[in-house]
Design a protein around this ligand. Structure first.
Ligand code: NOJ
Length: 579
């Protein structure tokens, strides 16, 4: 099928808010119960959540104002994208002060109040740690670039120009696609895997590593409960910078990821920071093989607790959309590789991709709500810790900009420049961007039907999606059939049923072209999940011995069943208890 375009609450969560020394870990298996496995994480892009001072940019006071809403979702952990001091070349992923709060977002007092407000509500907090690179406006880099013998010189990667041009390195955001930038002050090139204003830190320098651990301790002492390590698989580098094969950038993670000393650094970080507090850490990226991923997260290794791999979220990366068969295959393969040991994250959307329902579901008016509910059923019924992105609980959709002037994201703007300068297909680039741009997933939260969706009284930094008049929290609050009400029910179902967290996963009718069906089993508790990924009705004959008992959740009023035959409506999602 081709898709077009697109509690047992071990209430450790309620335990002390202050960070206590961490008890010794038992050997981990997937069924060993731990608070971070039982979490449902809500990701907030702070720029876009709620503005309280009318400057058009979301702020921490806005998050504080909405804490009761966040709690009402049932989620028990929040991950915020970076809120540190930053010139915002990449919206906070370029940090100039790791111990300060970005002025647009508020003050350290606001942060403390926000954290307390979360903890008072039994919600844990995950801090984004961006240390593969800093901002070029960080004092370390200012010093480093000032002279070759500055004590901070080796905080970054420099290549003296008298040695000739360094071997080509590809950059994610550079407008020429080059990761080496010439700097005339010292007649040398510095490395930046991301933008020119995001120079890569030199992790091979022990002083840099100590600085990072001190920063992490600063936030752990404040009481944060977890760290999300941005682009961390890239930190360790072969500093001889050898020539890489032609076209290597098509498999960039294989070449940039899992550098020579990465595991030593993670063990060091674990010893110095993670093991000293009741915190967990999740790596953005998991290398390029299962072995890489296991080596990051398996408990006996004393490195990280969790990782997120990109195979699932990357399935829909072109205008052609994706195949359900591939979707099932990827998620089943990763699940089985982590069935005995290690722990992963489950997500289909975040601030780096377009909206969940527009990419993996169907945002046409008649299908938006059912497909959005169906996708949330998937995320919240799989093994692994679910990450739910703000606005996806409402079924917020892509905004779909038509002109490059409308974008704010450096990836879009510099990608456009690169396409123009290299004589690429600009029309195709813009069409793809309209569907896949990160800005699609960053438009302001739609709170109500008032001007600017109740996000700001000023001019929003990124336009509000015009469909806010109908798709918004206020409209959905009062409607028991809304996406929001369904999301709350589904979160509750997961939290009340450890089988959805820890249970074994088994595909049912793997060959079915429209329906993704699987069971989850823990001891004698068994559930069946049926998800129709298509815009047409779909019949499925359940295997002999699949005796459905109760319907636990359904995104339609009823489900048509006759014996073992179930007839699902377009994008219908049903979770059954099995006898
Ligand atoms: C990954 C982050 O998720 C993304 O938003 C950012 O642009 C890059 N890392 C660079 O920090």
């Amino acid at each position: 099928m081709k898709r077009t375009l697109f509690a047992i609450s071990i209430i450790l969560i309620l335990m002390s808010c202050n960070n206590q020394p961490k008890p010794a870990e038992e050997p981990d298996t997937t069924t060993n119960r731990t608070w971070w496995k039982e979490a449902v994480i809500y990701q907030i892009y702070p720029r876009s959540f709620k503005d309280t001072n009318g400057d058009g940019v979301g702020d921490l006071k806005g998050i504080i104002e909405k804490l009761d809403y966040i709690q009402s979702l049932g989620v028990n952990m929040v991950w915020l994208n970076p809120i540190y001091g930053s010139p915002n070349d990449d919206n906070g992923y370029d940090i100039s002060d790791y111990r300060a709060i970005m002025e647009e977002f508020g003050t350290m007092e606001d942060f403390d109040a926000m954290l307390k407000g979360m903890h008072d509500r039994g919600i844990k907090f995950v801090m984004d740690v961006v240390v593969n690179h800093s901002s070029d406006e960080h004092e370390w880099f200012k010093q480093s670039r000032s002279s070759r013998d500055n004590p901070y010189r080796d905080y970054y990667h420099w290549w003296p120009a008298e040695r000739g041009k360094p071997n080509y390195r590809w950059s994610y955001f550079d407008e020429k696609g080059e990761a080496w930038m010439y700097d005339s002050t010292t007649n040398a090139y510095y490395l930046h895997y991301f933008s020119r204003k995001q120079p890569d830190l030199n992790w091979e320098n022990p002083k840099v590593r100590q600085e990072v651990y001190d920063i992490m301790k600063f936030w752990a002492e404040k009481g944060v409960d977890g760290f999300r390590l941005d682009a961390f698989q890239f930190v360790s580098k072969d500093t001889t910078f050898p020539k890489l094969p032609e076209g290597y950038e098509k498999e960039v993670i294989k070449y940039y990821g899992m550098g020579p000393n990465l595991h030593d650094y993670l063990k060091e970080m674990n010893r110095e920071v993670l093991s000293q507090y009741n915190v967990f850490a999740v790596s953005e990226g998991a290398g390029s093989t299962f072995e890489d991923a296991h080596n990051l997260v398996d408990a006996g290794r004393n490195e990280l607790q969790m990782a997120y791999h990109f195979e699932g979220v990357d399935l829909c990366n072109s205008l052609e959309g994706y195949e359900l068969a591939d979707f099932k295959e990827v998620h089943s393969r990763w699940d089985s590789a982590f069935a005995q040991e290690g722990w992963l994250s489950i997500f289909l959307a975040n601030h780096d991709v377009a909206r969940l329902v527009s990419r993996y579901g169907n945002d046409k008016p008649q299908f938006r709500a059912p497909s959005s509910k169906m996708l949330n059923t998937f995320i919240l019924s799989m093994r692994g810790t679910p990450y739910c992105y703000y606005g996806d609980e409402l079924g917020m959709t892509n905004i779909g900009f038509d002109s490059i002037e409308q974008y704010r994201d450096i990836a879009a703007i510099n990608g456009y420049k690169k396409t123009v300068n290299s004589g690429g297909d600009v029309e195709h680039f813009l069409k793809t961007l309209k569907f896949l741009s990160r800005d699609n997933g960053r438009t302001p939260m739609q709170w109500d039907g008032s001007e600017n969706a109740g996000f700001t009284t000023g001019t929003p930094w990124l336009p509000v999606n015009p469909n806010y008049t109908t798709i918004n929290v206020k409209a959905q609050e009062g409607d028991p059939n809304s996406c929001l009400s369904y999301f709350r029910k589904m979160v509750k179902l997961r939290k009340d049923n450890p089988v959805l967290v820890y249970g074994d996963y088994e595909l049912v009718r793997p060959e079915h072209e429209q329906v993704y069906a699987y069971t989850r089993t823990l001891g004698d508790v068994k559930m069946l999940v049926l998800l129709n990924f298509s815009d047409e009705a779909a019949g499925i004959e359940l295997p002999e011995g699949t005796a459905t008992d109760e319907v636990l959740i359904n995104n339609y009023d009823a489900v048509e069943t006759a014996g073992l035959a179930v007839n699902l409506k377009p994008y219908q999602a049903v979770v059954y208890a099995l006898k």
